[in-house]
Each structure stands twice: as structure tokens, then as C-alpha cells.
Write a protein that binds this ligand. Structure first.
Ligand SMILES: [Zn+2]
Length: 389
């Protein structure tokens, strides 16, 4: 695996952030938990912490994806329904395709939002596939891992990840997908479960306690793809220690065995203990260390935001993630001077990182026991397929 040092050329562009105010301004409607404006908060933090300075970094504004590229993954009939959904007439076909539901509302600008969000991830895939391209591209308004080929679900309409992975594999790139969003990426699972040329690893809250109620450890892919879908469910209430144990027992060995050219990752921040939808107990400590491990395992890395429903925490965790992939250490002392005007409670401002928080007692024991069972199952059923002893 190529080391960071050997790849580095002075003055070369290495880190690209995909961002547009237009994309961050879309609104899924009052009360909907998915808020694209998290990306704007992250931008403010990145500027406050001076994490966008230097010739190795570039911010690009995404354009719309070429509609034809959507058909690398999506059904034409579904795209027709999605494109027409904004016309104001509500049809049965829309409902059957998951559109106009509480989770996937039809809002003004939906089609434009979808094209630009997928456009950002696709632009990232194109850049990262170039020999002289950047090592990392991050599209915070990307990572719609629940969308199916013919339907919307779980706040996801277009599966930008599946489109990008299809595009990259079509160019002969070996792609590993790593998903650390609290929700299982069922859309990606369904897209690639039968293939051995794409490794899909997901660590998520167990489907026993959260949507999409799937992604169990026994699901290791099918047919030729057996062993190339790797699910690491984590019991609700698990903390950094349990999470890091499971992640670090499985992901590094399997990535090293698979030897991808490119890693496509979803770094949803909804594993955080203050998230509004997830039930895990991660802090910035576990999250940051996980992202640093992913970064170290990735010759090239296409990052997408995914979920995260505590606005300030999500913006903070993504800021830490960006710093991690750029090899930077954000320093809180300077940022604190500006104060907490923009982010609500004063206690939340002025620091990106959390104090340690660990679960104890019976709950901790049960979480650890569950994690050990999951790791043992993967070692028994998946590792041998990859020749890992
Ligand atoms: Zn999620």
C-alpha cells in the first residue's frame, strides 16, 4: 500500500472539498431531520480552524451529474418518476417508488438537489481516478446509501455511491466501500452483494434496534460475492471502546487483504451519543480514530457525509474528519475566541472534541459480549475467504 509520504509532492493538490451553498440551502421541509445546512456549518468551522489553507487543498462547487450516469445503477422508470415528482400531482407510482413519504418528501428543488449531490460525488470519483489527481475528495452532501435502484428510502433518492462505484469499477479500479454511518447501507448491500470485485464493509447499530432493520452479521453476500459483504452490527448503547474493538478487529485485516485502489466511504456522524436518531454512545474520540484508520488504509479516498442529525456535532465531527485526512490537528484555542453565537449553547462552542464517555456495568458487558460474537463470526465465516489466518 502506498504510503502518504511516498506519494507526497510539494505543492501538489491532494485534498478536495466539494461544497456549494446552493446544495446546503435545500430544505427537506419543517421537522425533517435531514438538514443539508450541516455542510455550511462545517464550512464555517473549517474556516475558523484554518483547515482549508494551503496549495494542497481546493474547494470545488459541484455541477449536476449527467443524467445518463444515473443509469449505471438506477432504473429508468424510477428516474422518470423522480424527475416528474415536483410537478405537483401525487401519483400511486410515486408512492410505490417511496416518494412523497414522510422520510422522502417531495420538496421544491428536489430534482436539482439530487443531480447536484450526485454530481459532487461523481466529480470526486473522476478526480480521484486520475493518476495525478488528489488523494482525498470529500463531498459532505453525499452518501445516500439507502436509495435502491428503483426506489427512494431513508432520506435517500439517488444512490450517489452506487453510481460512483459502478463508474470506478467500469474503469478498472478496485474499490472497497466502508460505511461508518449508524444505519446499515442497505442500498449499497443490494447493489453489490453478488460481486467479488467490490468489497463492502459496514459497521452500524444492529438492525434489532434501528432502521433499516437489516445488515446482520450472517449476511456475507451471495454467489460470487460471498465474503465481500461484511456487516459488523453493534449493539445499541455501545461506546467508543466497544466500537473501536469491533472496527479494528475486522476492517484493517480485510482491507489489507483486499488491496483496493480506491476506498469509497460514508462517514455519517449519527453514531455520536448526542445524535437524534442513533442509539450508540460514540464520542469524537472514537469517531476521529475510526476516520484516521480509514484514511491510513486508503491509497485514494472518496469520502461522503451520510447521516448526522445533531447539527453542531455533525459539523464538528466532519471538521475533525477533514483535518484527519489532511494530516492536520485542529487547535481549539483560536476558534474559541469567536464564541458560540452561531451554534447555540456556549458550552458547545470553542471545542470540536468531546470529553471521554464510557458506558459501564451490565450494559457495557452486554455490548462487549455482542461485539465479540460479531467479530468471532466474521473471523470464522469471512476471513478464510480472503486468506486471512
Ligand atoms: Zn444514518
Amino acid at each position: 500500500m502506498m504510503s502518504e509520504a511516498s506519494e507526497h509532492k510539494d505543492g501538489a493538490l491532494r485534498h478536495v472539498l466539494v461544497y456549494s451553498d446552493r446544495l446546503a440551502s435545500y430544505d427537506f421541509g419543517h421537522g425533517h431531520p435531514f438538514k443539508p445546512s450541516r455542510a455550511r456549518q462545517m464550512m464555517e468551522l473549517l474556516n475558523r480552524y484554518s483547515l482549508l489553507d494551503g496549495p494542497d487543498k481546493l474547494v470545488i462547487v459541484p455541477g449536476p451529474i449527467d443524467e445518463e450516469l444515473l443509469y449505471l445503477f438506477h432504473d429508468r422508470a424510477y428516474i422518470d418518476i423522480l424527475r416528474n415528482s415536483e410537478r405537483g400531482e401525487f401519483t400511486m407510482k410515486m408512492l410505490e417508488a417511496g416518494l412523497g413519504t414522510e422520510d422522502c418528501p417531495v420538496f421544491p428543488g428536489l430534482w436539482d438537489f439530487c443531480l447536484h449531490a450526485a454530481g459532487g460525488t461523481h466529480r470526486g470519483a473522476m478526480m480521484i481516478a486520475e493518476d495525478a489527481g488528489p488523494r482525498v475528495v470529500f463531498n459532505p452532501v453525499g452518501g445516500f446509501h439507502h436509495a435502491g435502484a428503483g426506489h427512494a428510502e431513508g432520506f435517500c433518492y439517488i444512490n450517489d455511491l452506487a453510481v460512483a462505484i459502478e463508474w470506478l469499477t467500469g474503469r478498472g479500479r478496485r474499490v472497497a466501500y466502508i460505511d461508518i454511518d449508524v444505519h446499515f447501507g442497505n442500498g449499497i448491500r443490494d447493489a453489490f452483494a453478488g460481486r467479488s470485485d467490490v468489497l463492502c464493509v459496514s459497521i452500524h447499530e444492529s438492525g434489532m434496534s434501528i432502521y433499516p432493520w437489516s445488515g446482520f452479521v450472517e449476511d456475507i453476500g451471495e454467489g460470487e460475492g460471498r465474503g465481500y459483504t461484511v456487516n459488523i452490527p453493534i449493539m445499541e448503547a455501545s461506546d467508543d471502546e466497544v466500537y473501536l474493538y469491533a472496527f479494528e478487529s475486522v476492517v484493517p485485516p480485510i482491507l489489507q487483504a483486499f488491496r483496493p485502489d480506491i476506498v469509497v466511504a460514508v462517514i455519517g456522524a449519527d453514531t455520536h451519543r448526542e445524535d437524534l436518531l442513533g442509539h450508540l454512545n460514540l464520542t469524537s474520540i472514537g469517531y476521529e480514530r475510526t476516520v484516521r484508520t480509514i484514511n491510513a488504509l486508503s491509497p485514494r479516498l472518496l469520502l461522503t457525509g451520510g447521516g448526522g442529525y445533531n447539527m453542531y456535532k455533525t459539523a464538528s465531527l466532519w471538521t475533525l474528519a477533514w483535518a484527519a485526512v489532511c494530516g492536520l490537528e485542529p487547535v481549539d484555542a483560536y476558534a474559541g475566541l469567536i464564541g458560540g453565537m452561531m451554534y447555540g449553547p456556549e458550552s458547545q462552542s470553542g471545542t470540536l472534541r468531546d470529553q471521554p464517555y464510557l458506558v459501564s456495568g451490565n450494559t457495557k458487558d452486554r455490548c462487549f459480549e455482542y461485539a465479540r460474537d460479531m467479530v468471532a463470526s466474521i473471523k470464522k465465516n469471512v476471513f478464510p475467504i480472503h486468506g486471512i489466518g
